[in-house]
Design a protein around this ligand. Structure first.
Ligand SMILES: Nc1nc2c(c(=O)[nH]1)N[C@H]1C(S)=C(S)[C@@H](COP(=O)(O)OP(=O)(O)OC[C@H]3O[C@@H](n4cnc5c(=O)[nH]c(N)nc54)[C@H](O)[C@@H]3O)O[C@H]1N2
Ligand SMILES: Nc1nc2c(c(=O)[nH]1)N[C@H]1C(S)=C(S)[C@@H](COP(=O)(O)OP(=O)(O)OC[C@H]3O[C@@H](n4cnc5c(=O)[nH]c(N)nc54)[C@H](O)[C@@H]3O)O[C@H]1N2
Ligand code: SF4
Ligand SMILES: [Mo]
Length: 747
């Protein structure tokens, strides 16, 4: 008899609750959970294909270990023995920095990815950390670090209550939203319009999101920081700055006005290709709206001025009094956040505490740019050791980072490589040991990261929908064992990792005068934790010490794991609430509106006013039924509009003599690819678009369906040298390219 089970969807940031139909151990259907306190029944085509993604026959079922040059199936003991034997000598001989760690996107979509990498990194002590953040949102972290003193304090637009949304470089109708967790983002935008609110979209493409908007500004790629600086300048010039209740919490307003003085709408108009009157209208509309939220995403981050653009997004929220007020942009408060400390000056945010060995890139948030991974492996310098061993967890940088061909070669040259990945793909094919996690139906789920970015405070937890198959190991245990194997504890019971974290956390909590458990006995508290395993006990610990927690009895009706389990569709914790000044951790204890590193980067932005591309520039795009580099193997999600084509405007096609479907060679600094042309007026003239995550034609992978329509790797056009200097984030949009139509058959 088929049964149903609840599972929070891990396939994008919207975190919808799903009802799975399970027959035996197979998920045969998935629909939206109407009783989910947050998603209320919403599901997209990806979530509806959960079963197909879960049961993909190409998912690895047992570890692979390289013997005699070939990857062969092996048992778990053999695999972890091989990891310890492969990695430990590198640490002992060359030190911890010779072991690189790459953390990819799905780490924010698994409990294992939230709970174990911090332990692994702390115990290993390597500075060679590279994550998907530096091909994504690192500029936002740096901006938040500088403005608010906390890189993780990211204001979220109050989608359900705002009167006006200015949305920059995001396409939630395809992506379902990012750094703004909102199940049914499309429905929430329609509701905004329906209640009389207005939506402005800034995007070089007329996306499905832009088609919903009252106003679409087709900006020239890479110039948003100029446009936003000019918008802020208009607020100053026209006397529209009004901080309202924020005023006591902000410093640097006058200095900011002075710093932005020459960024007038007229002076940026040619660079942005946006009429000065449009820029003035953007400013006036923001100032006039009863409430408004400015929100920027990929198109505002993965560009040469990504940190400045991310900073200006919140500058506009501050100058219009919309930061931290209902209808504006607010700081969520997740159930697993630490209990808020009293407000007051903090330690501030430091950048560049160390630098990368080869190019001297500054660290940001403890990370080096993913763009620099290849050179950190393949380049010998006088100083320090190259990366000789690499651990990749849920990452496919050969496709998602610049210059995959160079990285591909660099990975092949490593002394040792471990991949925690369900697939043998473009990256994991280089591993000496592949450790496959179970499919999502067999994993528990809680959104540690996305609840801190959600448009409503709420908490949900789902246990595995299907028991672990024989021969499988939970990803939490895989990462606990990996941590032990690479830090000299191989053979120790993996439960010791969780026990150590619990002991450390409670030890600190009982010493902390602001903690609800101050002065209590940590051993007694640890004994009161519930949960079936280490990860559940850690979740219980975080919930109980968190802002809504029971404080181990201090607040008897507060949250515990037991209470959460009694609410399988989640617990609603209410709308976002004003929180300032509590989240601020700057040295001044205020929002520092014009931080030093930002002021020092403004001359570069001023120079950009005069810059124009010599030829076409490339931007990316996402497709609804896709997910970065790893979902092209699910037949139900491929085909139709989910294709790796080069979109270009009819005027550009005419000029080049290109017909729809004709192959076109695209050349960039890092290489060239050939893709079929898709002529469409949804991209503005001078701009072409290719999606990322394609190029599934390398030998030695096991992606049977993806290989039938491999597409090309857009990131081969990049050489890894184009970065936003403050954050080390890769420039993936607004990249100059050369186009050559090829004759021959239609691709
Ligand atoms: N040109 C261009 N490049 C881009 C982007 C762009 O817009 N344009 N976007 C960038 C962005 S925003 C991001 S986040 C990155 C993403 O790039 P990556 O961080 O490399 O992430 P994915 O491409 O999603 O690959 C995820 C890997 O995790 C594996 N995986 C899937 N599920 C699990 C699991 O449950 N556990 C484990 N251990 N592994 C799992 C998959 O098999 C795959 O190997 O790409 C970036 N690259
Ligand atoms: N279906 C699906 N959903 C996904 C993903 C996926 O691959 N597929 N990936 C997930 C991940 S990892 C992330 S980070 C999020 C990303 O979520 P979004 O940021 O919403 O992602 P995109 O759809 O890439 O939207 C970026 C938009 O920026 C525009 N753009 C490009 N350059 C510029 C520019 O210079 N200025 C401006 N203003 N706009 C520009 C592009 O045309 C594009 O429409 O999506 C997540 N959700
Ligand atoms: S919107 Fe995202 S979380 Fe919701 S069902 Fe689709 S893929 Fe899953
Ligand atoms: Mo991302």
């Amino acid at each position: 008899m088929p049964r149903t089970a609840l599972r929070i969807c891990p396939l994008c940031e919207a975190t919808c609750g799903l009802v799975l139909t399970v027959d035996g151990t197979t998920v045969t259907a998935a629909r939206g959970d109407r009783d989910d306190v947050f998603s209320r029944g919403f599901v997209c085509p990806k979530g509806a294909s959960f079963g197909a993604a879960d049961a993909d026959p190409d998912r690895l079922r047992s570890p692979l270990v390289r013997r005699g040059g070939e990857l062969r199936e092996a048992g778990w003991e053999e695999a972890f023995d091989a990891v310890a034997v492969g990695v430990r000598p590198v640490v002992e001989r060359y030190g911890p920095h010779a072991v690189g760690v790459v953390l990819g996107n799905p780490n924010v979509h698994t409990m294992a990815g939230a709970l174990y990498p911090p332990v692994l990194l702390g115990a290993l002590g390597t500075r060679s950390l590279f994550t998907a953040s530096t091909v994504d949102q690192m500029p936002k972290h740096v901006s938040s670090g500088l403005l608010f003193g906390d890189a993780n304090a990211i204001p979220v637009p109050d989608l359900d209550r705002t009167d006006h949304l200015l949305l920059i470089g995001a396409n939630p109708l395809e992506s379902n939203g990012s750094l703004c967790t909102a199940p049914d983002f499309p429905g929430r935008l329609k509701a905004l319009r329906a209640r009389g609110g207005t939506l402005t979209v800034i995007d070089p493409r007329r996306t499905r999101t832009a088609k919903l908007a009252d106003r679409h500004v087709a900006i020239r790629p890479g110039t948003d920081a100029l446009l936003l600086a000019a918008t802020a300048q208009v607020l100053f010039e026209e006397g529209l700055v009004d901080l309202g209740a924020l005023a006591p919490h902000v410093e640097g307003v006058t200095e900011l006005g002075r710093a932005l003085r020459d960024f007038t709408p007229e002076s940026v108009a040619a660079a942005c290709e946006v009429d000065a009157e449009v820029t003035r209208a953007l400013a006036r509309e923001l100032a006039a709206a009863p409430t408004a939220a400015v929100y920027g995403r990929i198109g505002s981050c993965t560009v040469p001025h990504g940190t400045l653009a991310s900073w200006l997004v919140d500058v506009l929220n501050v100058l219009t009094g919309n930061l931290d007020r209902p209808g504006g942009a607010l700081f969520p408060q997740a159930a697993t956040d630490r209990t808020p400390r009293p407000a007051g000056p903090g330690r501030g945010f430091a950048l560049g505490r160390w630098r990368s060995r080869v190019s001297g890139h500054p660290e940001a948030k403890g990370e080096l740019p993913l763009s620099a991974l290849a050179e950190e492996i393949d380049t010998v310098t006088d100083e320090g050791e190259p990366v000789r061993a690499l651990l990749t967890v849920a990452a496919n940088p050969v496709l998602s980072a610049p210059d995959g061909d160079r990285l591909d070669k660099a990975l092949a040259s490593l002394d040792f490589m471990v991949s925690v990945d369900p697939y043998l793909n473009e990256t994991s094919r280089h591993a000496h040991v592949v450790l496959p996690p179970p499919p999502p139906s067999q994993s528990p789920h809680h959104d540690f990261a996305f609840n801190t970015l959600a448009v409503r405070n709420q908490v949900r937890y789902t246990r595995p929908a299907v028991p672990l198959e024989p021969g499988r190991m939970a990803e939490t245990e895989i990462l606990a064992r990996l941590t032990l194997a690479v830090t000299g504890g191989h053979g120790t019971d993996p439960a010791a990792v969780d026990a150590a974290v619990v002991e450390r956390t409670l030890g600190a909590a009982v010493r902390d005068p602001h903690s609800p458990v101050h002065g209590r006995d940590p051993g007694e508290l640890a004994a009161r934790l519930t949960g079936e395993n280490g990860p559940e006990r850690r979740l219980d610990l975080m919930l109980r010490l968190g802002p809504y927690g029971d404080g181990f009895g201090a607040r008897p009706d507060g949250l515990t794991l037991q209470r959460l389990l009694a609410h399988p569709h989640g617990i609603d914790l209410g709308p976002l609430r004003p929180r300032l000044p509590q989240p601020l951790k700057t040295r001044s204890g205020k929002v520092e509106l014009l931080p030093g590193p930002i002021a020092a980067d403004l001359p570069r932005l001023r120079r950009a006013m005069a810059e124009r591309p010599a030829g076409p520039v490339l931007v990316g795009r996402r497709h609804l039924r896709s997910n970065n580099s790893w979902m092209h193997n699910v037949p139900a999600l491929t085909g139709g509009s989910n294709r790796c084509t080069l979109q270009l405007h009819p005027d550009d096609a005419d000029r080049l003599g290109l017909r729809d479907g004709q192959p076109v060679r695209v050349e960039g600094a890092g290489g060239a690819v050939t893709a079929p042309a898709e002529v469409t007026d949804t991209v503005r003239p001078g701009v072409v678009s290719l999606p990322h995550g394609w190029g599934h034609d390398r030998p030695g992978t096991r992606l049977t369906h993806a290989a039938t329509d491999p597409g090309v790797n857009v990131n081969q056009l990049l050489d890894g040298s184009l970065l936003d200097p403050l954050s080390g984030n890769a420039v993936l949009n607004g990249v100059p390219v050369k186009l050559t139509p090829l004759t021959g058959t239609k691709l």
